[in-house]
Write a protein that binds this ligand. Structure first.
Ligand code: AG3
Length: 273
């Protein structure tokens, strides 16, 4: 029996945490914005954490990234342009490129996230080398305030609503987002675990509802995020309508998920009323 083992744990509450047994810690840096750690785990491959919270792992990143890009892709207008706010690992951009988006702007506040991803997740971060992707290192909130560009999709790929990402859950920001969407365009944000982060979901849902006429929350199973049950919330000025049911299958996403992810358990509905 091994007596000394290394574990990385994300704390969900005072009484619960999820631990990953790790082969090695590959990196730990403190940037101007946050602490970034990188672990080589036994079950999920490389794992990137920010301020102690799991951002992505090699094994299950596809679920989050497919769900934040592919699902909104099949609603309303056929999109060609997108703005990603956050997303410094390149995972969202990678999925948008697969969907043939022509023009993607990715605004990430912390250049270290991009650098770490380029080094440790080259297959994902290679999306930044594609000519269709323009990477901006800077504050997404300021970027959107100062730009007059419009996008078919705006993807808010943020961390939890504490620290640098707090403003990405505010009404003021959602209002700026609305002004940068093309006609029928859709904004989507990750909105936390309905089980452990009720506040993230209600901030996103209520904030977006204060600004947009149509708002919908959908769910996905993400094993490495708190409780495994994760929410996303999308918003548009146009009523949501699936524009094409002939979807390309992802590894998680498919036609059933396109329809079924909107069925919410009662306790989740209660958070967003
Ligand atoms: N960003 C959202 C992750 C939030 C996770 N929260 C947590 N583990 N407490 C994901 C970054 C992937 N592009």
């Amino acid at each position: 029996m091994r007596l000394i083992e290394n574990w990385f744990s994300e704390r969900y509450s005072d009484n619960l945490q999820l631990s990953f047994r790790v082969k090695d810690q590959l990196l730990s840096i403190k940037t101007d914005y946050q602490r970034i750690d990188l672990f080589d785990t036994y079950d999920f491959g490389k794992l990137l954490s920010i301020d102690g919270t799991v951002q992505l792992t090699e094994r299950d990143e596809y679920i989050y990234h497919e769900m934040i890009t592919m699902l909104p892709y099949y609603f309303n207008t056929k999109p060609e342009t997108a703005l990603i706010i956050g997303g410094g690992d390149g995972g969202a951009a990678k999925r948008l490129l697969k969907l043939n988006f022509k023009n993607i702007v990715n605004a990430e506040i912390d250049r270290n996230v991009v650098e770490v991803s380029r080094k440790y997740f080259p297959e994902i971060a290679s999306s930044f080398d594609d000519k269709r992707v323009k990477l901006i290192i800077g504050d997404g909130i300021k970027y959107i305030k100062n730009s007059n560009e419009k996008f078919d999709r705006i993807i808010i790929d943020s961390t939890d609503p504490v620290g640098p990402a707090e403003g990405l859950f505010s009404k003021e920001f959602y209002n700026d987002i609305k002004n940068h969407l093309t006609d029928g365009g859709i904004a989507v944000t990750q909105s936390g675990s309905p089980y452990y982060q009720e506040k993230a979901l209600s901030l996103a849902y209520k904030g977006l509802s204060g600004v947009f006429s149509n708002v919908k929350t959908y769910l996905a199973f993400i094993p490495t995020y708190p409780s495994g049950l994760w929410s996303f919330t999308m918003a548009s000025e146009r009523a949501f309508k699936i524009r094409d049911e002939n979807v390309i299958n992802g590894t998680y996403f498919n036609k059933d998920i396109l329809a079924g992810s909107f069925y919410l358990p009662e306790f989740v509905k209660k958070i967003i009323i």
